[in-house]
Design a protein around this ligand. Structure first.
Ligand SMILES: *Cc1c(COP(=O)(O)O)cnc(C)c1O
Length: 215
């Protein structure tokens, strides 16, 4: 279990960038990991976890969260509209708000439930056809639309193209967040979280570097 090592690397990257390590939230991505790997991380004090799928999140965290008070679940994967209600009921944050129809559904559910998780708008910074996220050119308009719907958008999220150098994507995301008055930046994974912190990440989503490779 390399949680300590990752925490130290986060703190070092923050200090090197002149930032307070406390301003960076580590989202431990537990998707597809066996419980035998997740439990030690909980026992070591980690409380913020990321899951890709709502169903997996429900079945695992419905049991584990009550055992470990303060546990926060972040949904980081593509969210189908028909899973939105379940996601809103269990999640502290959703990092994958990526289309108008989902925004409208979340707004309606927020009215009904009287609460809403923190939301990050996912931006497809590499404009990859197969990838979720709003296009860079559409981001300002989409954020404005979400605000019109009274949605609590706190930041932007991106997953840079696998074959490209990530930093230019992190820079692009930071600039888009700044011009939209958004403080949150969900960027950086196992391979590049230090570079993301150097460029302003407030939430890093780290899976395999903590838990080991997924099957
Ligand atoms: C799986 C996943 C991660 C974590 O990836 P690692 O390379 O294992 O750190 C981060 N973000 C998203 C959106 C993911 O799906």
């Amino acid at each position: 279990m390399s949680l300590d090592r990752i925490r130290r690397s986060i703190a070092e990257a923050a200090r090197a960038a002149g930032r307070d390590p406390a301003d960076i939230t580590l989202v431990a991505v537990s998707k597809m990991q066996p419980e035998s790997r997740v439990l030690p991380v909980l026992e070591a004090g980690q409380r913020v976890f990321g899951e890709n799928r709502v169903q997996e999140a429900q079945s695992r965290w419905g049991v584990l969260a009550p055992r470990f008070p303060g546990t926060e679940l972040h949904i980081i994967g593509p969210l189908q509209t028909n899973k939105a209600r379940a996601a809103m009921e269990i999640a502290h944050a959703i990092h994958s708000l990526d289309r108008p129809r989902l925004a409208e559904t979340l707004a309606r559910l927020a009215q009904e439930l009287g609460r809403c998780p923190e939301l990050f708008v996912q931006v497809n910074t590499g404009e990859e056809p197969q990838k979720a996220g709003v296009l860079p050119a559409e981001t300002d308009g989409f954020v404005a639309r979400c605000r019109d719907l009274d949605l609590p958008v706190v930041g932007l999220m991106c997953i840079p193209p696998a074959e490209e150098d990530p930093p230019p994507h992190f820079d692009m995301l930071r600039e888009m967040a700044a011009r939209n008055g958004l403080a949150g930046l969900s960027m950086g994974m196992s391979g590049d979280f230090e570079a993301a912190i150097a460029r302003g990440a407030t939430h890093v989503r780290v899976g395999s570097a903590i838990f080991g490779a997924r099957d």
